[in-house]
Design a binder for this molecule. Structure first.
Ligand code: ATP
Ligand code: MG
Length: 383
């Protein structure tokens, strides 16, 4: 009996004619997640089976594959010859010592001499006589022992299910530019959008030397964690130091964040065009802070023509924190750091900026030259 890992996918089967394409992207993503681990992947109908790996690495493989979007559930199981004796011995080896169970069989090979019900009954019966402290409970068993009889003369036997990341395979829903700060929200926003199948690049703004290297390292760590879900991620890093100095020098103090946001959006749009990204993604949530009002969002939307996706717009902070813990970015996000937004932080930021006043204030700046200069500071880091 050979250890295998069974991967089942989510919504892909809903995609009708595109199914082949979705499956191909998904399989590529699974393969990418296993880079550096010896294995073979097969695709019998409706699932993927990973075989021929070092059995000690099974948990590691499951850990990596469970993060790939599109994965519904995974099981560690065994591949055995499809005869009742081999199947029984394998089921016996993974059966619990006590408690309630049921056997569930899926018979892919309709030529197999027994029906699913007959297999359940025979294997279940033999288990009951071999392990006296087991009881059958077909409605609410503590353990389900699964048998999957395949067409090629083999059967898969497995116990539990591990929950996968869900969603759609990354690469099936276009490409977006994620504005990635060092905070809690933006990594969660990126995760949500990638989960719907979108490829992401990250864009981080720093204000070196007002912000330090630790802030940068923190964002890189967040990008690295995200890249585990997205099958790699390019982080673009741009300096907005001079932009902030110019706003500080020429514009009303309370407009600092409003104006800075507009520059961030312009730079993001430039990068979208350069990289083929079709939208901008941010971690804003309505009303969370002074700059995240509908007026603030209107003011920043006004300078770009691409859509701005704000997946967290209706989320409470507590919900965002929960997600951040679940995806593993929280501990990194709460490390102390300075954000470019806290440089020249106004005492009373504008809560409901009027577009006409924002534009009037901005007219004191050479917007085009400042964007151009910021673009020249672009660095790319690949995760
Ligand atoms: P976060 O937790 O994501 O930092 P926040 O609650 O601190 O969000 P803001 O600082 O107002 O909110 O930022 C709102 C959004 O603007 C962020 O979610 C992010 O998408 C973007 N953003 C803010 N600062 C930066 C930055 N330095 N680099 C890139 N994007 C940023
Ligand atoms: Mg922030």
């Amino acid at each position: 009996m050979e250890k295998v890992i069974i991967v089942r996918y989510c919504e892909i089967h809903l995609k009708g004619k595109n199914r082949g394409y979705f499956e191909k992207v998904f399989m590529n993503n699974l393969e990418k997640a296993l880079t550096g681990i010896r294995h073979e992947m097969r695709k019998p109908s409706g699932r993927y089976v990973v075989e021929n790996f070092d059995e000690e690495r099974a948990d590691e493989i499951v850990g990596r594959l469970s993060k790939v979007f599109g994965t519904h559930t995974l099981s560690i199981g065994y591949k055995v010859p499809a005869d009742m004796q081999s199947i029984y011995e394998t089921v016996r080896s993974i059966a619990p010592a006590e408690g309630t169970f049921k056997v569930e069989t899926n018979r892919g090979d309709k030529k197999f001499p027994l029906t699913s019900m007959q297999i359940n009954a025979e294997i279940g019966g033999r288990l009951l006589s071999d392990i006296p402290s087991l009881r059958v409970d077909v409605h609410d068993p503590q353990t389900v022992l699964n048998i999957d009889v395949r067409e090629n003369g083999t059967a898969l036997v497995f116990g539990g299910f591990v929950k996968g990341a869900g969603g759609m395979p990354v690469g099936t829903a276009g490409k977006g530019m994620l504005l990635l700060s060092g905070g809690i929200d933006s990594p969660v926003a990126g995760h949500m959008i990638a989960k719907r199948g979108m490829v992401l690049e990250g864009l981080h703004f720093h204000s070196y030397p007002y912000t330090n290297m630790q802030a940068r390292e923190k964002v890189e760590e967040l990008a690295r964690i995200l890249s585990e879900y997205t099958g790699g991620l390019t982080l673009n890093v741009v300096s907005v130091t001079h932009i902030q100095e110019e706003i500080h020098r020429h514009c009303p103090e309370e407009m600092m964040i409003t104006l800075l946001r507009r520059f961030m959006m312009r730079i993001a749009e430039r990068l979208c065009k350069a990289t083929g990204a079709q939208c901008i993604v941010t971690g804003e949530s309505l009303g969370q802070v002074a700059s995240q009002t509908i007026e603030g969002m209107t003011s920043s939307n006004a300078v770009v023509s691409l859509p701005v996706l704000r997946p967290l717009v209706g989320f409470d902070k507590t919900e965002i924190v929960e997600r951040s813990r679940a995806i593993g970015t929280f501990e990194t996000s709460i490390r102390p750091f300075e954000d470019c937004c806290t440089v020249f932080l106004p005492k009373h930021p504008l809560i409901r900026p009027k577009l006409s006043e924002v534009e009037a204030a901005e007219s004191k700046l050479d917007v085009e030259a400042l964007v151009e200069e910021a673009m020249a500071s672009l660095e790319k880091v690949r995760f």
